[in-house]
Design a protein around this ligand. Structure first.
Ligand code: F6P
Length: 747
């Protein structure tokens, strides 16, 4: 039922109820009026004839004639006279038994010998079988002597007739009024809708803006912008790719330079033991995602120069063109002292914020000295940003938890900059975040950004809730923004992804060849079943749980013993931190234990490769494996899952994915597991290893279609488009306030 119909029905029902109530009220009131009227008439008739009545009181025949005269009135049914002892004297016609002298006598006088002053007229209405009647009994007093009383019985049926007529009239009047009111409302609504929509139409054609249209116009504009954006997406050839991202940058941001601030650099120069300098691609989800974006956009990437041969491969300001051999953007390295690196990177970032944001049961460690380094290093990087920009309103993309304070520092130096901050790890709930002694500084720092991005809406909600708990600010839930001192930060989900097609596949041999070569290299038979895990050696990745699931698989399903091998590529990470050292040892001894338990002859179920692997090597494993198990205990997105899917152009292989990754929300065709539940995880490994090729193809095809469409160019494109929209608005608002202040000065 539509709202209008519901409103109409409610209106009619309401009116009907009102009419009924009114008619009952009117009926009561008219009955009261008539009763009063008849009583007064009866009293008047008796008073007027009192003398004659008294004179004939002792002559019943004459009294009867007088009563017959009184009853002549068409509404008087009968008249009777009774003695003061209540015995009948005379009557015009027969009186109903309930109104006999005996019945009425005691109602007029308290006792038979009561003085005349104690007598009072009595009246009553009653329903008789022939209709309603009104009876009045009026005392007849002569010279201070009570003679008796006269009874007059009035017909009330005419009152009922009048009441029915009045009710009918009332109903008709109400019906007429209801119809008239409805018709008037409809006409008024139509007229005002027409004038409102005419106004809106006129305005949309470029007319004068009226304040009441502001909210709807904002919605309309946003909708139009979104539709135009989608349309342009189609026109430009659908899929997001580097060319498309470049075009979007030119169109939306007029080709302005993009400055990225990230701790990790995309290329690390390391001197090997041989003395030769190598260029390494770090094992980092952030680099995997952003490097292709920078190739497409050009600009500057500002990062910590962490390689031992970094200085010698850069100029005096730490600058060099990258990627090596295809130079398309600038890498600006910032140098940190060992103390700074210890306090800012190992200390506050990775012993404090990292465990704080991940639910992986590691206790965060907060040291004041670390935070001081963190602050100083954020300042150092913010200054580097200011050195690299070429305008007063640059676009700066600040990456990750290493730089929570930088957005505000950049804004203080460059108030008109557009700062986008992307948080690559989960954001915890407010209670958990609240344990950080510098929580307010971090939140204030982040809110220096114009747009703050997380992988999922869930993390956006957590962030908003955290700000709501700890800061003086206004939460604009409609816009999903935090407003502080009139400046707002939009909080948006941008699920990160990988490039498509992925660069590392261009020279890769067919998947079947990769598999054959790799099995041979690992000294495994051609029919071996191969599982792979690829991670930085980090406790959030659930590497121990993964190996335990492999152990459980072999325990529960002995047919896989001797057949299934799991290769874990584990890039050493943050090795200066004790928790990472413990993990390193735990993983090694676990692998050893499983190999001892289930190994036989040359067969080792777990192959642990603790080393940095360059992307082409990693992709060989992805392409050769029957399954890839991503078992993170908590992960913002996890790009290994997307890389595995991107690597499988043969549409084979099964992804077993932890439900605690952001990726699990998008890649629902994977086998989703709880990595803590070893029975479930080992059953999923079995299912993966036994899955038919047709089902593998179906699942893989669907995931590939998703990743192809929602690739990293789209991720960056959407963020930059939002930034462009914001810049347009800020410029317009700026222009407006310029006009206003000019007008104020002029006026
Ligand atoms: O995925 C989170 C993340 O911090 C990335 O942002 C980072 O590149 C990656 O982990 C690797 O960490 P690190 O830079 O400390 O080696």
């Amino acid at each position: 039922m539509s709202r209008a119909v519901r409103f109409g029905v409610a209106l009619v029902l309401g009116l009907a109820l009102l009419t009924y109530g009114a008619s009952v009220w009117v009926q009561r009131r008219t009955r009261e009026w008539f009763d009063k009227d008849l009583s007064s008439r009866a009293e008047a008739a008796v008073t007027a004839t009192r003398r004659i009545l008294a004179s004939r009181w002792d002559r019943p025949d004459e009294l009867g004639e007088l009563l017959a005269d009184l009853a002549h009135d068409e509404r008087v049914l009968a008249a009777a006279a009774c003695t003061k002892e209540a015995t009948p004297l005379a009557s015009s016609s027969e009186m109903p038994a309930q109104f006999s002298c005996q019945q009425l006598g005691p109602r007029l006088r308290p006792s038979a010998d009561a003085p005349p002053s104690a007598w009072a007229a009595y009246k009553e209405s009653a329903a008789l079988p022939d209709g309603a009647v009104h009876v009045s009994a009026i005392p007849v007093v002569d010279a201070e002597r009570a003679l008796g009383f006269v009874v007059l019985l009035h017909d009330l049926s005419f009152v009922e007739r009048r009441e029915a007529e009045a009710q009918k009239f009332l109903l008709l009047a109400f019906a007429f009024l209801a119809a008239a009111a409805s018709a008037l409302t409809v006409v008024a609504a139509r007229l005002s809708w027409r004038s409102w929509s005419d106004e809106l139409r006129r305005f949309l054609k470029g007319g004068k803006e009226r304040p009441e249209f502001q909210p709807i116009l904002r919605d309309v504009r946003e909708l139009v912008e979104r539709i135009v954006e989608e349309k342009e997406t189609d026109r430009e050839g659908g899929a997001w790719n580097p060319a498309r991202l470049k075009q979007a940058l030119v169109r939306h941001l007029h080709g302005e330079k993009v400055v990225i601030l990230a701790n990790r650099e995309p290329y690390i120069h390391e001197r090997a033991a041989s003395g030769e300098v190598q260029v390494l691609h770090p094992a980092s989800g952030l680099v995997t995602a952003l490097e292709p974006v920078m190739r497409a956009c050009s600009g500057v990437w500002i990062a910590h120069g962490s390689g031992n041969a970094d200085r010698q491969s850069a100029d005096g300001q730490g600058r060099l063109k990258v990627p090596p051999g295809e130079e398309s953007y600038l890498l600006r390295r910032v140098w940190l002292s060992p103390e700074e690196e210890r306090g800012y990177y190992y200390g506050f970032s990775n012993e404090g914020l990292w465990p704080l944001c991940h639910i992986a049961h590691a206790r965060p460690v907060f040291r004041s000295a670390d935070f001081r380094h963190y602050e100083a290093v954020n300042q150092k990087f913010a200054e580097a940003v200011c050195e690299e920009v070429d305008s007063e309103d640059p676009i700066v993309l600040v990456q990750d938890y290493h730089f929570a304070l930088a957005p505000r520092m950049i804004r203080e130096r460059l108030p008109r900059s557009t700062v986008l901050m992307f948080w690559h790890i989960p954001w915890p709930n407010s209670e958990r975040f609240g344990i950080c002694p510098w929580r307010d500084d971090l939140l204030e720092g982040m809110l220096g950004a114009s747009i703050l991005g997380f992988h999922t809406q869930f993390h956006c909600n957590n962030f908003i809730e955290t700000v709501d708990c700890y800061l003086e600010s206004r939460i604009d839930r409609e816009q999903s923004a935090v407003v502080q001192q009139g400046r707002s930060t939009l909080i948006r989900p941008y699920p990160i992804s990988v490039e498509w097609p992925i660069r590392w596949l261009s020279d890769a041999p067919p998947a079947a060849d990769c598999r054959a070569a790799l099995l041979e290299e690992l000294r495994l038979p051609p029919d071996a079943l191969l599982g792979v895990g690829v991670d930085r050696l980090d406790y959030t990745k659930g590497v121990e749980e993964r190996l335990l699931a492999v152990e459980r698989l072999l325990e529960r399903f002995p047919s896989f013993r001797g057949k299934f091998t799991f290769v874990q590529l584990a890039a050493p990470s943050r090795t200066a931190i004790p928790r990472y050292q413990q993990l390193n040892e735990a993983v090694e001894s676990l692998a050893e234990r499983i190999n001892q338990r289930f190994g036989q002859g040359g067969y080792r179920p777990v192959i642990l490769k603790r080393a940095h692997h360059e992307p082409p090597a990693v992709f060989r494993y992805y392409r050769a494996a029957d399954l890839c198990y991503v078992s993170s205990l908590h992960d913002g997105m996890n790009l290994v899952a997307k890389e595995f899917v991107a690597a499988r152009d043969d549409e084979r292989g099964v992804l077993v994915l932890s439900q605690f990754t952001g990726a699990a929300r998008e890649m629902t065709e994977a086998l989703i597991v709880n990595p803590y539940d070893l029975d479930e995880a080992s059953a999923a490994l079995k299912t993966a290893l036994e899955m038919s090729l047709a089902e593998q193809r179906e699942r893989m095809r669907s995931m590939r279609t998703f990743v192809a469409e929602f690739n990293v160019y789209r991720w960056a494109g959407r963020m930059l488009a939002d930034a462009a929209r914001l810049r347009r608005r800020d410029r317009l608002t700026g222009r407006l306030s310029d006009h206003l202040s000019a007008a104020a000065v002029g006026g």
